[in-house]
Design a protein around this ligand. Structure first.
Ligand code: SAM
Length: 290
């Protein structure tokens, strides 16, 4: 799977010889992956449901990985229909783990639809955190509300808004900024992506505006987690460097995602995951704002 010419040039500039490995990762047929929504079902219950349906799975951290040919069978399970399981790539499961939200805290999810990470944050805190989940696209916000209800998320306030314009008087203990991005880490045989230089410029602009507002919305000592499903330094390391110019301090991420191959990353302590048969290409950085 050879990515768009301009994207390939940018990847080669950033990764040199390792671009080959990235391009190979784009070409493999990625497993379909899911997690138990622990607000409704345990890992054991989901494992049992998959086994009963004759769907073989592997465990990758908290994810279940199944053959992509079996995805329709997963989606036909009652556990899918009733929100006991959620289809999500294991890369996308990392930011909520890194965020470390605790019951009783005020959490902001700045770019929340369709709600995978919002619902994971709720599950990790046993519905104990107070979550403000923002989304600026009306249709996606509707989907977000639907998913959060289906998944049994409570103590969540969904806001249809541009998060870069949130009232700076609002204050949060932790903020997840899962930013809109080019999706350059998710290129796959059946979804080549729509990379363009114009898209990149627009994403970088939006990311900077969101980071700027995020920093003002954190309580003193609060945690910001920034993530993208992109492999481009402009959206990752350079965005992280921008956060640092605004007073954020990078904090080392200790989590080591199971079986993930990490790419060398210019932001100390951040995670940059190479695409492969399990993981989409993904970047996660953590900051404390003093
Ligand atoms: N966090 C989501 C999840 O795990 O399901 C995925 C988020 S997706 C990468 C980015 C989302 O941010 C899109 O739904 C997009 O419409 C929304 N978005 C983009 N710019 C935004 C802004 N300024 N304010 C709020 N939402 C925004």
């Amino acid at each position: 799977m050879i990515p768009d010419g301009q994207l390939l040039i940018r990847l080669k500039n950033a990764y040199g010889e390792r671009t080959e490995e990235i391009v190979r990762g784009f070409g493999v047929r990625r497993k379909s992956t899911l997690r138990a929504n622990t607000l409704k079902a345990s890992d054991e219950e989901i494992a049992f449901a998959l086994s009963e349906a004759g769907i073989a799975y592997e465990r990758i951290g908290s994810a279940f990985a199944v053959d992509p040919d079996h995805e329709t069978r997963v989606r036909a399970l009652p556990e899918y229909a009733n929100g006991s399981l959620y289809m999500q790539n294991p890369s996308s499961m990392i930011p909520p783990l890194v965020l470390g939200a605790k019951a009783g805290e005020n959490i902001l999810d700045m770019c929340a639809a369709p709600g995978g990470k919002t619902s994971q944050i709720a599950a990790l805190t046993g519905n104990g955190a107070f979550i403000t989940a923002c989304e600026k696209d009306r249709i996606r916000a509707k989907r977000l509300k639907h998913n959060l209800t289906l998944l049994g998320v409570r103590r969540v306030n969904v806001m249809l808004t541009d998060s870069s314009k949130l009232d700076p008087a609002m204050k949060f203990d932790r903020i997840l900024l899962d930013a809109p991005c080019t999706g350059s880490g998710t290129v796959a045989p059946r979804s080549p992506g729509k990379y363009s230089e114009k898209l990149l410029a627009g994403c970088v602009r939006a990311q900077r505006a969101l980071i700027k507002r995020a920093v003002t919305l954190l309580k003193k000592g609060g945690t910001l987690v920034y993530s993208t499903c992109s492999l481009l330094p402009e959206e990752n390391e350079e965005a992280a460097a921008y956060a640092v110019t605004l007073g954020a301090e990078t904090e080392k991420i200790d989590l080591r995602p199971e079986r993930a191959r990490l790419l060398c990353c210019g932001t100390r302590g951040a995670l940059l995951i190479a695409p492969d048969e399990y993981y989409e290409g993904f970047f996660v950085a953590k900051f404390v704002v003093g």
